[in-house]
Design a protein around this ligand. Sequence first.
Ligand code: DC
Length: 205
Amino acid sequence: MLIAIDGPAGAGKSTVSRALAHRLGFTYLDSGAMYRCVGLLSLERPGEPPATLAAGARIELDGNGRVRLDGEDVSEAIRTPEVSEAASRVAADQGVREALVAKQRELIAAGDWVAEGRDIGTVVAPDAALKVFLTADPRERARRRAVELGANEATVLAEQTIRDERDSTRAHSPLQAAPGAVVLDTTGLTVEQVVERIVGILDRC
Ligand code: DC
């Protein structure tokens, strides 16, 4: 079984998806970490086409937030603002998306998953048992992200606005709620409340 959790940065996807996977005994898939790995590679090897980098990358996710790229632990290196920006850029490349979607489908082919991203319900797994689209007020999203990163809220908001715009208007797999997705606004809700709501929806499915 697969539960798809999509939505913009800072809507609470990662925390909620991890907590939900733990609660249900499912495995957590952070698809954004894969785009971040390709973003990191594109900064290290600027001469190579991002799609080639994506196709050749050996990305290992342990489901607990640790990420290895070609054997090296990049869990922290992929969370910098530079890599966030690079990830958003390479995520607009259709070749990159094709390579990473193929890797994601391979992973989720067996077992029970909570998969988090931007296009899980629309592209990666349109037949997911449950599709959730998490949203939140942009200011609250920036505030949460700033706390997480230890960064300035206004700077995060400015960068977030640019990335939101790029992620939602790109030609390939723009960020949008999948048909049949439950849209859940997490503004003012705790992680536990969001998880409870999703479990409640799952019980009624
Ligand atoms: O969720 P995140 O911030 O770690 O994602 C990093 C970037 O990758 C972000 O710009 C959106 C993009 N992304 C995507 O296009 N498709 C996904 N399934 C996951 C992330």
